[in-house]
Write a protein that binds this ligand. Sequence first.
Ligand SMILES: NC(=O)NCCC(=O)O
Length: 371
Amino acid sequence: MLQEVNRLLTGLNCGKVLETITLPESATTLSIEHGFDLKAFCFHADKEVLREPRVVRVGLIQNSIALPTTAHIVDQKHAIFEKVKPIIHAAGSSGVNILCLQEFWMMPYVFCTREKKWCEFAESIDGESTKFLQSFALKYNMVIISPILERDMNHGEVIWNTAVVIGNHGNIIGIHRKNHVTRVGPFNESTYYMEGNTGHPVFETAFGKIAINICYGRHIPLNCLTFGLNGAEIVFNPCATVGELTESMWPIEARYGAIANSYFVASINRVGTETFSSSFTAGDGKPAHSDLGYFYGSSYISAPDASCTPPLSRNRDGLLISDMDLNLCRQFKDKWCFRMTARYEMYAETLAWYLKPDFEPQIIRDPLLNK
Ligand SMILES: NC(=O)NCCC(=O)O
């Protein structure tokens, strides 16, 4: 019975419920001492004759902020550094190859307030947060994805929503800037920065081809597709999102993205309620309030075969670790042929037509309507 429920809820991988992984005692000790959850699973692929399995160990960190938003911003940032340090050590000592932190991991989600004082959290790509993580990347031979608020010093000091990809030698491989800037309810990101200008880069790392689809980008199917067309095998989706707005979408969208694009999706969301000293509205006619809502955590990983890990908790800091055999991506392309059956030329034609000012939707009207 339980097997049947799992088959439907979290899917089966190679015909079985996902196996759990035993992690080193050093990691479990850190999780107990520092009060964060630790969960680990394994996605298998079928054995192939010509290719060896390509197993990569991925880690996702979800956390709440560490100090009230009224504290000095430097203290807030440093307190978060201290909070995530033992979690990063747990990932490193567990042999994680690629680690991703949540969207704006080095600060509260301030964009609901529309107050410009928070711009002071912004850092250059090689700023304090990158330097902090580079030492861990080097120590643990780990690729680290660091989603920050970026200040672009070379281009008029403008601000971006950026993920910095740090290589396993502590080097900066590159960046990706959020393609779709959120304009829903109190998520007033467009007050702070513009749509990214980095396209859909895929980073070829020592452990696989990865991309970062920052938060809201998961709602846009063509955005998800384009990372796949560029060859991504794992797409990380660092988010900051709240229950009332998206919790019913959360278990669906990443799984759909993974299935439709034949890649793994690693979804991360922050935890807790973040309260501000001045109140704001969401433009929905409801009274002003001083928090955005509850960030519900629930980070999880989805595979191309429609299986997924159980989520981390809704309310606790956590590290989710998963082994994944990247051979599964091609195996599902071969099985389902989505890349071959898709009619890209037809979509390209429609999109080109749609972008023209004189576009008209292709609607065939029943001539008997209104007769
Ligand atoms: N950070 C962000 O874009 N949140 C917006 C809500 C969502 O898309 O989940």
